[in-house]
Design a protein around this ligand. Structure first.
Ligand code: HGY
Ligand code: MN
Ligand code: MN
Length: 404
């Protein structure tokens, strides 16, 4: 697993410990080709579905058996870390290799899967939504990464929109999904726990807030006469963070990008596009966050005589992890002697998309410094191995029908 991790980390490496493997980029496709070749070398069956999801498959000999999915994603955020997603795919792959070596007759087929575009540089949880049958055509027409990027990525990967929409799996064929992932935060660090057992994943929604004003000469137009789109956008941003601090302590929000048009020194900005992402542990809080963005953006537009539109993009609902799967992970931790704690995830994961069609469970290991989505992302290798062993133990328990 270590050798595979080192080899994979070199694909799309940016030299400072991070990787740049946005979904369906040449670096991401190189990582997928590497994964396919490793699957071939392992003697496991390689499967690639019409959403581009890549899997290693290990069949059991039980007629009519269901499949237990294990995995995560090989795509990364731009200039991200080398553990996010990659650890989960490699640990799942290692579990299948170990089970194959053991030669034990299990009750479930096992599949180690790499999902397309978990990170949302194109759509978000694209491959897992496709498998769940919940991918909407509208998501492909106005994806949060932009329509052109999606079309180019699909063409580069030899995929099609029709193929994405046809990748639905029969839910009755799945026994469930288990994912090992780095925590991407600091909560495990300050405790004696070696393992996090995920109880729920927050709901995530994103939007573009677009303020429109009037381009004018920056030198001859007095501030009071300006319809300055950036002024409204700036007051919106400040108000957004103040509201988050004052009224939404259990939520998180981010302004990830702000485009100023025409964006030159001597023209009053006539248009500003703000990329906003909101996350909340339950649906009522997520709705209140959305209402706050709508109200604040329209109030700032009125104050500065601007036009405003809020384009809501995809919304991933908050989901609960399966109780039985959580208990199986608890028993695996106890078998292995690892201290653990239950915790919600403020990061989105493919498990979120699959929760609508099968039981899901997630295992967290500590992130040093809590860093993630940056080259500083790091997890001690022993913690990676601990997580992989918990994944193996939990998989064996589920595949033996040992849910006690
Ligand atoms: O953004 C997230 O929470 C995840 O890393 N895709
Ligand atoms: Mn991830
Ligand atoms: Mn991520």
């Amino acid at each position: 697993m270590w050798a595979d991790f080192e080899a994979l980390s070199a694909i799309g490496s940016i030299g400072d410990g991070g990787v740049n493997r946005p979904s369906l980029s040449t670096a991401h496709l190189a990582a997928r080709n590497w994964f396919a070749s490793r699957i071939h070398d392992s003697g496991l069956e390689l499967r690639i579905d019409s959403a581009g999801n890549h899997s290693a498959f290990l069949a059991c000999d039980q007629p009519g058996a269901k499949t237990l999915l294990l995995g995560s994603h090989l795509d990364s955020v731009p200039h991200g870390g080398r553990y996010d997603g990659a650890l989960g795919v490699l640990a799942a792959f290692e579990v299948l290799r170990v089970v194959k070596e053991m030669g034990e007759r299990l009750l479930l087929h096992l599949e180690a899967i790499d999902f397309t575009d978990e990170e949302g540089t194109l759509v978000g949880e694209l491959g897992s939504l496709a498998v769940a049958g919940n991918l909407r055509e509208e998501s492909l027409h106005s994806p949060r990464g932009g329509r052109a990027a999606l079309v180019e990525g699909l063409a580069r990967a030899g995929l099609s929109e029709a193929g994405l929409l046809a990748a639905r799996r029969d839910p009755t064929s799945l026994a469930g999904y288990l994912e090992l992932h780095i925590e991407q935060g600091k909560r495990l660090l300050n405790t004696s726990s070696k393992i996090g057992i995920v109880t729920a994943i927050v709901g995530i929604t994103s939007c573009r807030v677009i303020f429109t004003g009037q381009a004018d000469h920056a030198g001859t137009t007095a501030l009071l006469d300006q319809r300055n789109a950036l002024r409204g956008a700036a007051h919106f941003a400040i108000g957004f963070w103040e509201k988050l601090e004052q009224d939404f302590s259990r939520c998180v929000g981010n302004i990830g990008n702000l485009q100023v048009i025409p964006g030159v020194f001597n023209i009053v900005p006539e248009r500003v596009e703000i990329s906003v992402e909101l996350r909340a542990p339950d649906i009522s809080l997520l709705t209140r966050l959305e209402e706050m963005v709508n109200e604040l953006s329209h109030r700032m537009a009125e104050r500065f005589q601007l036009g405003v539109s809020v384009e809501w993009l995809d919304r991933a609902e908050p989901v609960q992890m399966d109780r039985i799967f959580q208990d199986v992970i608890v028993n695996a931790c106890r078998d292995l002697g690892f201290a653990f704690q239950h915790m919600a995830s403020y990061a989105g994961h493919d498990a979120q998309a699959l929760a609508s069609i099968c039981p899901v469970g997630m295992i967290f290991v500590p992130s040093v410094g809590g860093y993630s989505h940056s080259p500083r992302e790091y997890t001690d290798w022993q913690d990676c191995v601990n997580g992989a062993n918990v994944l193996l133990e939990a998989t064996l328990r589920l595949a033996r029908g040992d849910l006690g």
